[in-house]
Structure formats: C-alpha cells, structure tokens
Design a protein around this ligand. Structure first.
Ligand code: S3P
Length: 447
C-alpha cells in the first residue's frame, strides 16, 4: 500500500549526532554465512528492515532456527548439509541481494533438494540471467523465466571456474563465491572495476582464504580480481558485528551538506573504499568530510564516525569506475548536484535502470521537479545545479523505491515550500528509522 506524506522544508540547520542503522548488505551476508556455519552465531548491529528480514525468512524456511531481537540476531547453524528443500517458494520480497546470493549459495550445496525463489512485482522484473548464466556454465542447475524470477534451483554439480563479469556487481560476484564455497571448489571473478567486497571481508574474518585485489591494493581504477580457493574447511558459529550503513547515512550527510548552517555526525559507518565512494563525491563537491574513531569490526569491516558540514557546493563528476562504490547513493548525490553551483555529470550509471525502479529516469524526474535543468542518456545523467536557490515545490512518486523516497525527502528540505512524496512506505525496506533520525537532527539545535 503506497503511503504519501508532506515533507516540510528544514526551517533551520540540522545538527547533532546519530548512529547509522545497520548495514543492509552486511546484515544479509551475516545471516547467510551464519546459517551455513556449525553452531551458534550472534549477529550484532543487524539491520531489522524488510529486505534483511526476507533473508531471515528464507533461511528459516530452509530449516535454520533464527531469532531476531531488534538489532541482535541469533542463528543456530548446522552446516550446509542441514538446509532442507523448502516445501513452499522462498519469498525474497523486494530484495535482489536475497534472491541473487541465496540462489548462488543453494546452487553450490552438493545434493541440495531444490527450491523456488520468488519476489514482489519490482523484483520479478529484475534481471537474473546475470547470475543464472555463469552458475549454469560452471555446472549448476538454475532455471529462470527467460532471465527473470521466479528462479528454480535444482541439484547440480557446481565445478567452479574463472569468470569475467560484464557488470561490476557484488551480487553476481557473491553468488559465484557462495556457490564455490558451498561446493568446495575454486572460483575466480574478474570485474571491470571493484564492486563492494563485503562477502570477501566476512569470509576472510571467518577463516576462508579469499584473495582480492581490492583488499590488497589501494583504491584503484581498472580491473579487480577475486579468487576463492577450493576450501575444504567448515565455517564455525561466531559473533559478527555489522557496521553502520553508509548508504543510509548518505541521506543524512547530503541533508547536512545542503541545508545552510548544518553540522552533523553519523557514527559507526562502514567505510570500505569499495563501498564508500560517496565520501569522495561529497569532497569533490566541496564538502568537508571528517572521519574519526577509525577501527575494524569483528566482521572485518573498516568503520568510522563521519562529520559533515554545510558549505559552498560546486558541480562534480562521477566516472564509470567510481560508480560501483556509490551505486545506491546516486539519487541523493543527484540532489546534492542540484544544490551545487555549476554542472554535475554522472557517467556509466546505466545499472540504475535495473534497480528497484528505473532509478535513472526517476532521479532525472525528481531533479526536474525541483527546477533543475537535467539531461540524460542511456547511461549518463547531467544536472545543472541551482546553487543556494531553493528547489521548486514538487510532488514526486517514488514508485515504492526506498532510495528514491529518501532522496526526495532530502530534496524537500531545501524546497521553497512543503512537498508531497508518494511511496514513503518503501523506507521500511532499508531504513525504517529514517524519519526519526532526520527529526532528531532537526530538533537537537536549541534543545
Ligand atoms: C548489493 C549490491 C549492489 C547494490 C545493492 C546491494 C549487495 O547491487 O546496488 O543495493 O548487497 O551486494 P549490484 O551488485 O547489482 O550492483
């Protein structure tokens, strides 16, 4: 059911400090790897939201006892051999990560009894051939409906191999890594540029010797290589700490960057360079980003507290090799571009067209509604910023896309009057506490 709301302009600076909600990508992976471990795992800092609960529901349906108590999740794993064939279809809801990673994982489990994975209307339109083809080429049996969900996974014989991925996608890479892990075979993946490496980091923290250029190298443009050896070991239950989600934090950070006089801190964000490209983009736009309290979580993730303040913004550019590290932040970075002086260009962003919505079209529509001159091509977007001039009042339908709903809310903070946003219900997919966190930053000043 679509939920609409009127978002008022900020009315004053944002200030204060909030803890970032748990990272969605890492919460999924923590549940998956705990479910195929032996013994009890405790996940701390878990994101309790619709997408991650879809992953919990899937593993429960596969016979794994999982208890969710807020941000603490307890998983009683009994190894991959204990996953039972599910009588009912596994419902992945709106979550592409659930569908693609679970497919890879199940496709690699020797003798697995079979499962069907389904999703909501948005997920049912998304491309699955990108995982089914390489999995099947390496011996798995993954059937799709002409490259779309539902997906059927049958017992196959995943032998692994080397794959050059045409898209830099952590979901494709992770599906293959998880299949290789389950089958105990070697897998190598080469990407055009490094996608987020959370699967690799968590596997390494759990004792699996995954090698990757992203881990050993500094931030690099160009090909990235990941290899998983034929690892015969077993995963043991453990405590996994999930850092804060920089994709969610990005909405608060951009809000601080565009609302005059603001200064905001978001604590405990995961800042792996393969994921934290938004910070470089903010800096190129002229925003001062301060990092404090850097440390590494028990899940192997670098984390930090991030401080952002409003300042003069200039147009900035995003190049194709930077896109995987900020793919989910592009809608809100477009809002930032709308408030900058000059033109911003996002190149190589065609993947946005196959996200929860056609995010390239919706992002262009949002910025146009804000009064910006916008140009788009199949895989690029250019925005002429308005500088400090307020956005026009707008009405925007986020089409049940959580990132679009949050980006539109941030845009409305600097509009010349209240704006109507449809599709706010989708915030429960990745950031159920978004409005509370935003309000706490609006309230702290003067209290
Ligand atoms: C994700 C990877 C990205 C991202 C998605 C989460 C993940 O998708 O957009 O929100 O957890 O691996 P792609 O791998 O398809 O780019």
């Amino acid at each position: 059911m679509s939920r609409s709301g009127i978002v008022e302009p900020a009315g004053g600076p944002l200030s204060g400090s909030v803890r970032a909600p748990g990272d969605k990508s890492i919460s999924h992976r923590a549940v998956m790897l705990s479910s195929v471990s032996h013994g009890e795992s405790v996940i701390e800092g878990f994101l309790q939201a619709e997408d991650t609960l879809s992953t919990v529901g899937v593993f429960r349906a596969l016979g794994v006892p999982i208890e969710v108590e807020g941000s603490r999740v307890v998983v009683q794993g009994d190894g991959p051999g204990a996953l039972r064939a599910a009588a009912e279809a596994l419902d992945c809801g709106n979550s592409g990560t659930t569908m693609r990673l679970v497919t890879g994982l199940l496709a690699g489990v020797p003798g697995f009894g079979g499962a069907t994975l389904i999703g909501d209307a948005s997920l049912s339109r998304r491309p699955m051939g990108r995982i089914a083809e390489p999995l099947n080429d390496f011996g798995a049996r993954v059937l799709t409906d002409a490259g779309r969900p539902p997906i059927k996974v049958e017992a196959g014989d995943f032998k692994g191999g080397a794959y050059r991925s045409p898209v830099a996608s952590a979901q494709v890479k992770s599906a293959l890594l998880l299949a290789g892990l389950m089958a105990g075979v070697e897998v190598e993946i080469v990407e055009t540029s490094a996608s987020r490496d959370h699967t690799e980091s968590l596997l390494r923290a759990m004792g699996v010797p995954v090698a990757s250029s992203a881990h050993y190298g500094a931030e690099v443009a160009g090909e990235a290589r990941v290899s998983l050896p034929a690892w015969g070991g077993r995963l043991e239950g453990r405590v996994i700490e999930v850092p804060g989600d920089i994709s969610s934090a990005a909405f608060l950070m951009v809000a601080a960057a565009i609302v005059p006089g603001s200064a905001v801190e978001v604590r405990g964000c995961g800042v792996a360079w393969t994921r934290a490209g938004v910070l470089g983009a903010l800096e190129r736009a002229g925003v001062r980003v301060e990092r404090r309290g850097a440390r590494v979580s028990s899940g192997g993730e670098p984390t930090a507290d991030l401080r952002i303040a409003h300042g003069a913004l200039r147009g900035f550019e995003i190049e194709p090799h930077q896109v995987p590290s900020l793919i989910d932040e592009i809608p809100v970075l477009a809002v930032l571009a709308g408030r900058a002086r000059g033109r911003s260009v996002f190149r190589g962003v065609g993947e946005l067209r196959v996200k929860e919505s056609d995010r390239l079209a919706l992002t262009a529509g949002l910025l146009e509604a804000c009064g910006c001159a916008v140009e788009t091509g199949q895989d690029w977007l250019a925005i002429q910023g308005r500088g400090e001039e307020a956005f026009e009042r707008f009405e925007f339908d986020a089409a049940h896309d959580h990132r679009m709903a949050a980006a539109a809310t941030v845009a409305a903070l600097v509009a010349e009057g209240p704006c109507r946003v449809d599709g706010l219900e989708s915030l429960s997919i990745s950031y159920p506490e978004f409005f509370n966190d935003l309000k706490s930053l609006q309230r702290e000043e003067g209290e």
